[in-house]
Design a protein around this ligand. Sequence first.
Ligand SMILES: [Ca+2]
Length: 307
Amino acid sequence: MSANITFLTPGNKGNNLGILKRSIVADIRADHIRSLAFLSPNLNNSKVVQGKEDFTLENFYDWFRGFTDAEGSFQITYLRDNFWRFSFEIKLHIDDIKVLHFIKDTLGIGKVYESEKSCRFIVSKQSEIKKILDIFTNYPLISSKRLNLLTWDKAFKLYIDGKDTKESTFSRIKNLKDEMNNNRTDFTSNHPININSYWLLGFVEGDGSWIVDKKNYSLIFSIAQSAKDLELMNAIKFYINNLNSQFKDIVSLGTYQEGSLSSMVNLTITKTDAISQVIVPLFFNMIWFSKKEMDFADWVYILARSA
Ligand SMILES: [Ca+2]
């Protein structure tokens, strides 16, 4: 894993860091975003972005399963008279609506809806749900959302199949729906946790944070998740700790309570040398899709200034 990062000379270090202007690094990042204009919605071709590196359809699907592990959801809604609606959804802040259009155009399915503060990508046509199921068969989710996907898949097939009587189908789908999402209590699974760089970027674009301590401009990389995904968080820790043999113990995991109910697990990296030698090189040459790229750019800029 190598990246060509030329740190800016510190110059008048310490001066005006408060009024952070996006600089050379940010411009490079912005170029990456602009390079998305080259994305073709018609993905016959395996190279979909002409950028610093070739961004392949394979990369996209890895990014998409990571982003879904962070932000996606699988819903079953009862409509009426034994009619159910199945949907795959991603809800984001309205500022990130471009990400949803990108996903929609690249997959060629679904619709994007917007309201004042939020936007949603929704796939609910039956033919398109089959495509979602195909994608996640080939590019599996690895968070506990995978369990919701399995239940959702089972209920969908039951519904489409329709071999049972209506009453029996209804109650079986209802039972499956009732064990999903916030109602889920069983998180046992034996699936392999397969992390690669674009999965991680997708996951981080959803649930990661690039934090700058306002007092001393120290940097913190962090991912917070519900503690039910502790196994996944341990796998991410292992993945990052093995990126560079000189930085084998850079990730901390801690658990905490949020409110009275949910246990959370928080992954953090705070050591500056680990950040500049492992984390920045990992993410710098990848193609990002969300506005978090701008946080990352600020962060790289601060790192360069303080080098
Ligand atoms: Ca999340």
